[in-house]
Design a protein around this ligand. Structure first.
Ligand SMILES: Cc1cc2nc3c(=O)[nH]c(=O)nc-3n(C[C@H](O)[C@H](O)[C@H](O)COP(=O)(O)O)c2cc1C
Length: 194
């Protein structure tokens, strides 16, 4: 088993977004661990348009350079922390669009959800879990959530009230464990296909 690699995805591309602060908080705590490598992945850096691939993603025939760049980045990870805002009781359109662009690069990997919104973004996280199932991504139980009311000042200055560090530790324990185990599943599939 090689060192587990976890991508921390910033699920918002909005100017003035809160998502980058939440994701940075996750990274700052995660890098204290030595059982996995962690990297921030900012959707905004990939400038993905609305889905513009003619062939279904499940076939893995990506025509566009932006799709291949996104696929290569996601392919490099064993697991993910999805940092999702809540927009109209779901995740962001930008994150859903980025998810839809590719398929095989998500399969047989693990994920954890960190959400934020007026009520902690819990509805967005539950909605996102349904999507992850279709992608064959195993989502761990432990949730970390931040309320715009109690964990932010003026809805914009990130100031977590505390308690989330312990939740994140449990969540990353679960995530790294499953991400490592699923390396074996992917290796078996590669061997069987060879
Ligand atoms: C289009 C839109 C819809 C939203 N809908 C909800 C919602 O349904 N529930 C909620 O708790 N917050 C909602 N909010 C508030 C966001 O959760 C909050 O603005 C959050 O900071 C957005 O993440 P971002 O700043 O990283 O883009 C909404 C915000 C936007 C922009």
């Amino acid at each position: 088993m090689s060192q587990v690699r976890i991508g921390i995805l910033i699920g918002s591309t909005r100017p003035g977004r809160n998502g980058d602060k939440v994701a940075k908080w996750v990274l700052d705590h995660a890098v204290e661990r030595d059982d996995a490598d962690f990297e921030l992945v900012d959707l905004a850096d990939f400038s993905l348009p609305h889905l513009d691939e003619a062939v279904p993603a499940s076939r893995g025939q990506y025509a566009n350079e932006h799709t291949r760049a996104w696929a290569d980045k996601i392919d490099s990870f064993d697991g993910f922390v999805f940092v999702t805002p809540e927009y109209n009781h779901s995740t962001s359109g930008a994150l859903k669009n980025a998810i839809d662009f590719i398929y095989g690069e998500w399969n047989n990997k693990a994920a954890a959800l960190v959400s934020y919104g007026v009520h902690g973004g819990l509805r967005a996280a539950e909605h996102l879990r349904l999507v992850l199932g279709e992608l064959q991504i195993a989502d761990v139980r432990q949730q970390v959530s931040f309320s715009l009311v109690t964990d932010f000042e003026d809805y914009t200055v990130f100031a977590p009230k505390g308690g989330q560090e312990a939740q994140l530790t449990t969540q990353l324990d679960q995530l790294v464990s499953w991400a490592g185990a699923l390396q074996g599943v992917r290796e078996q599939k590669l061997a069987a296909a060879a």
